[in-house]
Design a binder for this molecule. Structure first.
Ligand SMILES: C[S@@+](CC[C@H](N)C(=O)[O-])C[C@H]1O[C@@H](n2cnc3c(N)ncnc32)[C@H](O)[C@@H]1O
Length: 267
């Protein structure tokens, strides 16, 4: 599959799914709130982005942009970006409802339409990263738009979950796929065109892609399923969450002092 086919499938899928996604998860995510994962970890408690007051923040794969609006209430200068016009329509509606407005940009996270070093922080909760074929390129693109010393924090499905069936019940406690199988999960329509694409990377792959882009990994958070939290989200459930992790949150930093380019060899 080409990058173009991947992008078309993702855009079409999230446009078509936007209403259902927000109907199912909108209450959990809130209109002005930053929830990192189905385990319910909130940025208000985790503070993975540090103090964002006055910071220039870009949220990629923002969906309805509840996180971006929450960041705006904390004093950040936020831009929220997503590939899907359907998702951004929900972002506009939530801005109307809440009265918290942030600039919205429709773009592919592989080609962020901002200048180098335009942001202090880039973040996403489950947006963009698993849906692009070339996540190493996405890491380089985020590195480009961050200033030296800036931070990149993203949550994704924990790579462990790739191994197990996509089922929140006991039936899902079966190891069915190889952790090392990187062939993407693809759904097709009757014409054979891809309609949904999701890519698996191992923990090592993700760290290697970050490091190759120039980042330093500061932390890797595997939120535990909290006591008393009973809400199921797709394959994320209390049953499975108590046994093995469902989310990985990577906290990476662009070094303040960048290594000089290799000296050219004079003849
Ligand atoms: C699982 S949703 C997460 C949305 C939101 N962050 C949340 O927590 O609800 C994934 C989002 O990633 C977006 N996305 C997928 N591929 C993308 C890409 N290549 N560039 C930017 N956004 C993308 C989708 O449109 C969708 O809004």
């Amino acid at each position: 599959m080409t990058s173009g086919e991947n992008r078309r499938a993702s855009r079409g899928w999230w446009d078509a799914d936007a209403d259902a996604y927000q109907a199912e998860h909108g209450d959990f995510l809130g209109d002005v709130d930053f929830v990192w994962c189905p385990e319910g970890l909130r940025e208000a408690d985790a503070r993975l982005l540090g103090d964002v007051a006055g910071q220039r923040v870009l949220e990629i794969g923002c969906g309805a942009a509840a996180s971006a609006r929450w960041l705006a209430t904390q004093g950040a200068r936020v831009v929220a970006a997503d590939l899907s016009g359907g998702m951004l329509r929900h972002a506009r509606e939530a801005a109307e409802r809440s009265g918290v407005r942030v600039p919205l940009v429709q773009c592919d996270a592989l080609a962020i339409p901002f200048a180098a070093e335009a942001f202090d922080t880039v973040c996403t909760a489950f947006g963009a990263v698993p849906f692009v074929d070339d996540s190493a390129r996405l890491m380089r693109e985020v590195f480009r738009v961050l200033r030296p010393g800036g931070r990149w924090v993203f949550s994704v499905t924990h790579p462990m979950r790739w191994v197990f069936l996509d089922d929140p019940t006991e039936r899902g406690l079966v190891a069915a796929h190889s952790y090392f199988e990187r062939t993407p999960y693809v759904e097709y329509d009757e014409t054979g065109a891809a309609t949904y694409v999701e890519h698996h990377r191992t923990l090592g792959d993700r760290i290697r892609e970050l490091v190759a882009a120039g980042f330093v990994l500061a932390d890797l958070i595997e939120p535990e399923w909290p006591e008393g939290h009973e809400q199921i989200w797709g394959q994320w459930s209390p049953l499975r969450g108590r046994i093995f992790p469902g989310t990985a949150i990577f906290v990476a930093e662009k070094p303040s002092v960048l290594a000089p380019p290799p000296a050219s060899v004079s003849e």
